[in-house]
Design a binder for this molecule. Structure first.
Ligand code: HEC
Length: 211
């Protein structure tokens, strides 16, 4: 090989090496751009969540200790997860004071259907005012997934499952049976307050049957 050819080969190698070196920082910056975009997504969702208030938001952001202590350990863990993770875009008051109730039965749809039929028969009041109670099979399950699909939401599948376990148990405990009347009073108070404070949004939610 001639000396000049060697130089050309060496230069080509160096060139390739510098291209290879240049690639690394590029991927790193691409990553940070992705992170920024995810943060912006979460920002957008947060702005959306805050610009669109719900009566739920006017209620407490935490459960009373004595209520929490009466729940099984896995449900208590789900509650802690909710307080930590569902407060990224709106306060935890939004899920905690929601009208949503998912019947008992866990991930067994047939059991939930049976529990729903039983509620309809034994507690017909729960189906008379949709702004106080909305009782549906898999309702929280769907809702947690909907929240998880929002841009910028980093709740993992395992965390989502834990939160759903809490929401299913807590809804039945706190909003039905012996606690139904207390829940109705709480929820109606929030709606009246909301109507006075955000009358336009109140009409909007009422028209969309999302109240
Ligand atoms: C990435 C942002 C974000 C996160 C995280 C988030 N939410 Fe939301 N949430 C929203 C927005 C935006 C709305 C307004 C309605 C909509 O867009 O679905 C909302 C609305 C709600 C509502 C009101 C629905 C209604 O019609 O009454 C509930 C309940 C709720 N979220 C529960 C949760 C729960 C439970 C979690 C945690 C698993 C959670 N959210 C986490 C953004 C978020």
């Amino acid at each position: 090989m001639k000396r000049s050819t060697l130089w050309i080969a060496a230069a080509a190698l160096l060139g390739a090496a510098s291209v290879a070196l240049a690639v690394k920082p590029e991927t790193a910056s691409e990553k940070s751009v992705k992170k920024e975009e995810a943060a912006k997504g979460a920002m957008g969702e947060k702005e959306k969540a805050l610009a669109s208030p719900y009566p739920n938001d006017l209620g407490p952001e935490a459960l009373p200790d004595e209520v929490l202590k009466s729940y099984p350990a896995n449900v208590q863990a789900g509650y802690k997860m909710l307080v930590a993770r569902c407060s990224q875009c709106h306060a935890s008051s939004r899920p905690l004071n929601s009208r949503f109730v998912e019947p008992d039965g866990g991930s067994d749809d047939a059991k939930q259907e049976a529990a729903l039929a039983k509620l309809k028969k034994e507690q017909p009041d729960l189906f008379k005012d949709g702004s106080v109670w909305q009782v549906e099979v898999k309702l929280w399950n769907r809702y947690v997934k909907r929240m998880m699909n929002k841009p910028g939401c980093s709740i993992s599948k395992a965390e989502g499952k834990q939160i759903w376990e809490f929401l299913e148990h807590d809804g039945v405990q706190r909003k039905t049976g012996a606690n139904a009347a207390k829940w109705a009073e709480h929820r109606r108070k929030l709606i009246a307050e909301f109507k006075a404070k955000y009358s336009k949004r109140y009409e909007e939610l009422a028209a969309a049957k999302d109240l």
